[in-house]
Design a protein around this ligand. Structure first.
Ligand code: SF4
Length: 746
């Protein structure tokens, strides 16, 4: 019997609405939902393969517990007994920081990943938190924290209305958006050009996005901040600064002018390999456009000056008056944000409230660099215990973090490790307990994180498209039980976790003067919540307390879960609007344009004006049919151009005596890998590229298709020592490598 069901796609940040075909509780097809208020029918090859990813036979169905050195199938009760027995002794003997929590980026694509890790961390009180953010986006959070006082206040480019878009280190034609949720990003770029707007792309590779642009600037990898600083210099030098409506909300403009005085286009040109004239043109075009937005992503974040580059992206938007105005870069307002408090000074953002134990890296946003995870496990110091136990949720740092070999060994030495993951992969193979969540078709979906980054305000919720089988456990319940087992409450009802969060949230809301429920009885409010289970009641609470919510009856036409369920294709909440000064939480209540940590880091950038390493440097690359290491086990999404090859410009290949298709040894500071060479004119000379997320060749994994063509782990070329010092983000781009031919093709 065939039927259809709606499901928001969890396979990338674009959050497209899908219409699934379901036959006998199996998803057999997926197409774009034309009535989805946000994605309007858009779908990409990953979304079209939802069914294949969902029914992958290598997905684990049953919990596994290590007995006699082997992972063996167990019941859910046995598994959680083992979690409690494994974690609590570590906490009690070595203290909470001896438990490391590792969160992978799929967490932001699930309801469970949004609702429970914060409760887990609060209950455990560990400072040993490591996430995928320090592999790609922490620089943006740190720069937002310093500029606006809120690390999660990330302005997004107004793609549908801008006249001029400057992308740096971003390739949305392959990866859709990132920190910018936009279904059909490619279509939005084409629409920009069709309405007479201009697209500029700065990227060392001539990517598909670059080929679409009016102007492509192939700067040297790692020089993004220098290029942006020189553009900022031009704005001041040529009197092009115009804050417009932002003037009352910004402080520190003169300080920025002084700070970029030495970053002339002529000084930056040599380091960036971009002519001074081009740099001036980029700045002039930005200033002259009726509206414009600068958007920087992974390529500009995963470099030695990632936070400075992220800061300069926003500085350029501010100085041209494009922050917080239609057509520029705006702050979304999500339906589950708390009702905005009145504008005014806030507590600001602090970095380095604690440090990592071994290399003394400062925390950022409560996290330590994931590059330091291995040393925090395998290195003893006088300053507290090494990490002895790890809780990993949807994380595969053996592939995604630098020096996977060292981390692989370190994870194997732990006293205890519990992993929530559907696969027996390079990281989860070390688990003492492995807890598999059900496939995505059997889970509800709400985008708590991505709605805060969306290019249009909207809200959508899809319940599970397929019922959970009797032997499976919902991921929300898995994580609630994990919270209980890790915090000494093993055996309690998992709904108690949700009830506790509801009590605390409503208890606080009724004390806040600006809240729509100020002065009411929290127990009465809790009794009004609807939903089939604890997570749904929490969602109802967040919607009703939110900026569009019904305020538990205070606003008759406001949002609630009930109202959202009556709109299965979602509710459009309108285009992004100007919001300043309300989002600002800095101590001054203004945009602090030159924060102290940024000013202190600028001398390091100035030194980079005169630095230019000889030899080749490595950059990563994305593919439309891939997302990190997630989808390599889906046959429909592998092969063709989605291969783990080393891209190199023919001129470099010829100089090094390489043959197209032959194997080459790539050596970096952390090790060496062997990959086939692929010649391409689409990369600038002096730069080579390997994709990320490959290397599925370790024993003890169960990813049968991925292991047929395992590729190599690019992160093995890194030793983990290269970081952006402000954010702790790993340096993954612009890394020096050496090549040596191994053989010739047969
Ligand atoms: S663009 Fe992203 S969200 Fe949309 S269908 Fe593709 S993978 Fe899914």
């Amino acid at each position: 019997m065939s039927r259809t069901a709606l499901r928001i796609c969890p396979l990338c940040e674009a959050t497209c609405g899908l219409t699934l075909t379901v036959e006998d509780d199996r998803v057999t097809g997926a197409r774009g939902d034309r009535d989805d208020v946000f994605s309007r029918g858009f779908i990409c090859p990953k979304g079209a393969s939802f069914g294949a990813a969902d029914s992958d036979p290598d997905r684990l169905r049953t919990p596994m517990v290590r007995r006699g050195g082997e992972l063996r199938e167990a019941t859910w009760d046995e598994a959680f007994d083992a979690v409690a027995a494994g974690l609590r002794p570590v906490v009690e003997r070595y203290g909470p920081h001896a438990v490391g929590v590792v969160l992978g980026n799929p967490n932001v694509h699930t309801v469970a990943g949004a609702l429970y890790p914060t409760v887990l961390l609060a209950g455990l009180r560990t400072r040993s938190l490591f996430t995928a953010s320090t592999l790609d986006q922490m620089p943006k959070h740190v720069s937002s924290g310093l500029l606006y006082g809120d690390a999660n206040a990330v302005p997004v480019p107004d793609l549908d209305r801008t006249d001029h878009l400057l992308l740096i280190g971003a390739n949305p034609l392959e990866s859709n958006g990132s920190l910018c949720t936009a279904p059909d990003f490619p279509g939005k770029l084409k629409a920009l050009r069709a309405r007479g707007g201009t697209l500029t792309v700065i990227d060392p590779r001539r990517t598909r996005t670059a080929r679409l642009a009016d102007r492509h600037v192939a700067a040297r990898p790692g020089t993004d901040a220098l290029l942006l600083a020189a553009m900022t210099h031009v704005l001041f030098e040529e009197d092009l600064v115009d804050l417009g409506h932002l003037a009352p909300y910004v402080q520190g403009v003169d300080d920025v002018a002084a700070a970029v005085r030495d970053f002339t286009p002529e000084a930056a040109a040599g380091a960036c390999d971009v002519g001074a004239d081009t740099i001036r043109t980029l700045a002039r075009e930005l200033a002259a456009a009726p509206t414009a937005a600068v958007y920087g992503r992974i390529g500009s974040c995963t470099v030695p000056h990632g936070t400075l580059a992220s800061w300069l992206v926003d500085v350029l938007n501010v100085l041209t008056g494009n922050l917080d105005r239609p057509g520029g870069a705006l702050f979304p307002l999500s339906a589950t944000d708390r009702t905005p408090r009145p504008a005014g000074p806030g507590r600001g953002f602090a970095l380095g409230r604690w440090n990592s134990r071994v290399s003394r890296h400062p925390e950022a946003k409560g996290e330590l660099p994931i590059s330091a995870l291995a040393e925090e496990i395998d290195t003893a110091t006088d300053d507290g215990s090494p990490i002895r136990a790890v809780i990993a949720v949807a994380a595969n740092p053996v592939l995604s973090a630098p020096d996977g070999d060292r981390l692989d060994k370190a994870l194997g030495s732990l006293d205890f490790m519990v992993v929530v993951d559907p696969y027996l992969n390079e990281t989860s193979r070390h688990a003492h307990v492995l807890l598999p969540p059900p496939p995505p078709s059997r889970a509800p979906h709400f985008d708590f994180a991505f709605n805060t980054l969306a290019v249009r305000n909207q809200v959508r919720y899809t319940r599970a498209a397929v019922p959970l089988e009797p032997d499976r456990m919902a991921e929300t319940e898995i994580l609630a039980r994990l919270v209980l087992a890790a915090t000494g409450m093993h055996g309690a009802d998992p709904e108690a976790v949700d009830a506790m969060v509801v009590d605390q949230t409503l208890g606080k809301a009724v004390t806040e003067a600006h809240s729509p429920v100020h002065g009411r009885d929290p127990r009465e409010l809790a009794g009004l919540l609807t939903g089939d289970n604890g997570p749904e009641r929490r969602l109802d609470m967040m919607l009703r307390l939110g900026p569009y919510g019904d305020g538990f009856g205070a606003r008759t036409d406001g949002l609630s879960l009930e109202r959202l369920l009556a709109h299965p294709h979602g509710i459009d909440l309108g285009p992004l609007r100007s919001r300043l000064p309300q989002p600002l939480k800095t101590a001054s209540g203004k945009v602090e344009l030159l924060p102290r940590p940024i000013a202190d880091d600028l001398p390091r950038l100035k030194r980079a004006l005169g630095e230019r390493a000889d030899g080749l440097v490595l950059v990563g690359r994305r593919h439309l049919r891939s997302n990190n290491s997630w989808l390599h086990n889906v046959p429909a999404l592998t092969g063709g151009s989605n291969r783990c090859t080393l891209h190199i410009h023919p001129s470099d290949a010829e100089r090094l005596g390489l043959v197209d298709g032959a194997r080459v040894r790539v050596k970096g500071a952390g090790g060496a890998v062997v990959a086939p060479v692929e010649f391409t004119e689409g990369i600038r000379p002096g730069v080579v590229s390997l994709p990320h997320g490959w290397g599925h060749d370790r024993p003890g994994t169960r990813m049968s298709h991925a292991s047929l063509d395992p590729g190599v782990n690019v992160n093995q070329l890194l030793d983990g020592s290269l970081l952006d010092p402000l954010s702790g983000n790993a340096v993954l781009n612009g890394v020096p490598v050496e090549l040596a031919p191994l053989d010739t093709p047969s």
